[in-house]
Design a protein around this ligand. Structure first.
Ligand code: CDP
Length: 225
């Protein structure tokens, strides 16, 4: 079935910020016993490292050098860099903004593409991000573009950050989210857009469980073909 053309199967889940990609992708991976790639976390690690080292995010050469050097480890839902657990540190909006600024640099994207492609391991991979279906895994048998209204996304992100104990304002979040979405959609390299052949899934009025079910149903259809 899914070992299409002898290749390890991949399900890509792309979409704008706070569309629920991460939660949905990791649950789909768990249900299928597949590996999970959070490609946004890689961009966030680059953003964090640049902020910490006072690297201006428009200094393409310096940002690229950091992107080429990072060796984050992902295990048990935690992200570590060297000996430091950076799981919480990469989730701030400041780091999200820095990540999206680093993400416009094509040489940064090339550096991370290598790490992303290496995550394709048996028995399968669920990859979430912005360009997983369009650029990194164009041969994925199932590509999903997960979206939701700006309002639904802002409320979800707000809840997520408040639960983590971070002090945020909903109004700030809405404007930061819009700024990041626009930058992601307008950039020249791998702009945020549904990949060719992607199925669009609007989760504004769906629960996480319903969204996961839908993706699993589509996957079942793919494997029967
Ligand atoms: O948490 P959120 O969905 O807002 O973002 P993320 O998936 O953690 O990604 C952070 C930033 O990295 C995004 O705003 C994008 O600019 C960038 N990114 C990208 O360009 N390509 C990817 N495949 C994943 C993330």
């Amino acid at each position: 079935m899914a070992e299409l053309n002898g290749k390890v199967p991949v399900i890509t889940i792309d979409g704008p910020t706070a569309s629920g990609k991460g939660t949905v992708a990791s649950r789909v991976a768990e249900a299928l016993g597949f590996h999970y790639l959070d490609s946004g976390a890689l961009y966030r690690v680059v953003g964090l490292v640049c902020l910490r080292n006072n690297v201006p995010l428009d200094d393409m050469a310096a940002v690229t050098a950091h992107a080429m050097a990072i060796k984050p480890r992902f295990a048990g839902g935690r992200v570590t860099l060297g000996t430091e657990d950076i799981t919480a540190a990469i989730r701030t909006e400041e780091v999200g903004q820095a990540a999206s600024r680093a993400a416009v640099i094509s040489s940064v994207r090339d550096a991370l593409a290598e790490l992303e492609k290496n995550a394709r391991r048996a028995p399968g991979l669920v990859a979430d991000g912005r360009d997983m279906g369009s650029v990194i895994f164009p041969d994925a048998p199932l590509k999903v573009f997960l979206t939701a209204s700006a309002e639904a996304r802002a409320h979800r992100r707000y809840k997520q950050l408040i639960e983590k104990g971070l002090d945020v304002k909903l109004s700030d979040l809405v404007s930061e989210m819009k700024e990041r979405d626009l930058r992601d959609m307008r950039r020249a390299h791998a702009p945020l857009a549904p990949a060719e052949g992607a199925r669009i899934l609007d989760s504004s009025f769906l629960t996480i469980e319903e969204t996961v079910e839908k993706v699993l149903y589509w996957w079942l259809e793919c494997t029967k073909r």
